[in-house]
Write a protein that binds this ligand. Structure first.
Ligand code: NAD
Ligand code: USQ
Length: 382
């Protein structure tokens, strides 16, 4: 099967492209490389040095004999996108190609607008090219668990059945996102749902939790294939950041009380979930939603786990609560369903099993590259 991975030079996309290529899929990568540009603008760098995309793909071919087609360009450029789609003719498109940082989207008006234009227009262009020329292609779109926010009831997978004034309906689950980035994902979900309804397109929205880890079987094959690992206050996510902080002896930056609870998954499960979604496509006209995570933890729980794992390696780890730069509930109920992917056969990696191999050891290996001035958060929501 031919699969186009949009955003294939990024963290989740690179790991997914190699995984699918290794499993026998014919893979193309479409990416504007804009993420490398945003890093340069913010003066931040991935902890792990990543090679240019052309070198990464060449190394993969040298090692495995498998080719990956590359299309460098912007999803918001319809002429480019349409040309790339007609050249590659995918049967499935996996769409990771968005601005994905909540703090980035909250820097100022320009970054909020950039995030929403980049994400919403890119996805809309993709829907139009599918409608025009690839109506049977399956869109697998990366959404986020943060679309739901933290409601005081259980979170279902995309839809909820409600009885109101004696009548009953199954409706999209209410969305209460917590940043202009997370809002862009909600807007995408609505646009995709509508396109499936009116044009009969098929789509799966993967509402993914926070991804952690750097190693997959494929990215671990060679230094030139290494994946990115962000630790700065804008693009770094909590768990990855805490591991790097532990490695360099920086106190773990728990925002506020740390009782915030989030859904998480290992990058090795991200790639497997995407494959499960591709292998069992949505039906024509169906907008399918899977909650893509394996475990739920509070930020404080994670900090404690990393402290324990760090201590076992001889690191002295301090946990420090700092003023929360975000406006978000800290004490809240959180219980989300995730049975759809488990029913398709997902066998989760557990954080307790992978903390050392996939993260802490990597953080220690590259700790001399850490710029400590990038660790504390500089963006506030207020
Ligand atoms: P990333 O920033 O590492 O990768 C995104 C890639 O998309 C980059 O290579 C970037 O250059 C490319 N891109 C962005 N805008 C583009 C455009 N207009 N045209 C072409 N290419 C473009 O991000 P990631 O962590 O790999 O996240 C990938 C997707 O998964 C995002 O949609 C994100 O919202 C979602 N997601 C990520 C996480 C996580 O923890 N990393 C969790 C949940 C959901
Ligand atoms: N947090 C800390 N300390 C830190 C960093 C974060 O306590 O040093 C807290 C935040 O306040 C927040 C939680 O950890 O409560 C998660 O923050 P995060 O930066 O790890 O993740 P988030 O901003 O939610 O975004 C990440 C990805 C995004 C994806 C999302 C999935 O960047 O692309 O959509 O995770 S989810 O959280 O389920 O929405």
């Amino acid at each position: 099967m031919k699969v186009l991975v949009i955003g294939g030079d990024g963290y989740c996309g690179w790991a997914t492209a190699l995984y699918l290529s290794n499993r026998g899929y014919e893979v193309g990568i479409l990416d504007s490389l804009v993420r490398r540009h945003w890093d340069a603008q913010l003066c931040v760098e991935t902890l792990t040095p990543i090679a240019p995309i052309q070198q990464r793909i060449q190394r993969w071919k040298d090692l495995t004999g498998k080719s990956i087609d590359l299309f460098v360009g912007d999803l918001t450029d319809y002429t480019f996108l349409s040309g790339a789609m007609h050249s590659f003719e995918p049967e499935a498109v996996v769409h990771f190609g968005e601005q994905r940082s909540a703090p980035f989207s909250m820097i100022d008006r320009e970054h909020a607008v950039l995030t929403q234009v980049n994400n919403v227009v890119g996805t809309l262009n993709l829907l139009y090219v599918m409608r025009e020329s690839f109506p049977d292609c399956h869109l697998v779109k990366l959404g986020t668990m943060g679309e739901y926010g933290t409601p005081n009831i259980d979170i279902e997978e995309g839809y909820i059945t409600i009885e109101h004034n004696g009548r009953k309906d199954t409706l999209p689950y209410p969305k209460q996102p917590g940043s202009f980035y997370h809002l862009s994902k909600v807007h995408d979900s609505h646009n995709i749902h509508f396109a499936c309804k009116i044009w009969g397109l098929r789509a799966t929205d993967l509402n993914q939790g926070i991804v952690y880890g750097v190693l997959t079987d494929e990215t671990g094959m060679d230094e030139l294939l290494v994946n990115r690992l962000d630790y700065d206050g804008v693009f770094g996510t909590a768990l990855n950041r805490f591991c790097i902080q532990a490695a360099v002896g920086h106190p773990l930056t728990v925002y506020g009380s740390g009782s915030q609870t989030r859904a998480m998954l290992d990058i090795r499960d991200t790639v497997r979930c995407v494959e499960l979604a591709i292998a069992t496509p949505a039906n024509p006209g169906e907008f399918r939603v899977f909650n893509q995570f394996t475990e739920m933890f509070s930020i404080q729980d994670i900090a404690m786990m990393i402290k324990g794992a760090g201590n076992s390696l001889g690191l002295s780890v301090e946990i420090k609560s700092i003023e929360n730069p975000r406006v978000e509930a800290e004490e809240h109920y959180f219980n989300a369903k995730n049975t759809n992917l488990l029913d398709l056969g997902l066998q989760p990696h557990l954080l307790s099993d992978s903390l050392l191999d996939s993260l802490l050891n990597f953080s220690i290996k590259y700790k001399d590259r850490v710029d400590e001035s990038q660790i504390l958060p500089k963006v506030t929501w207020r």
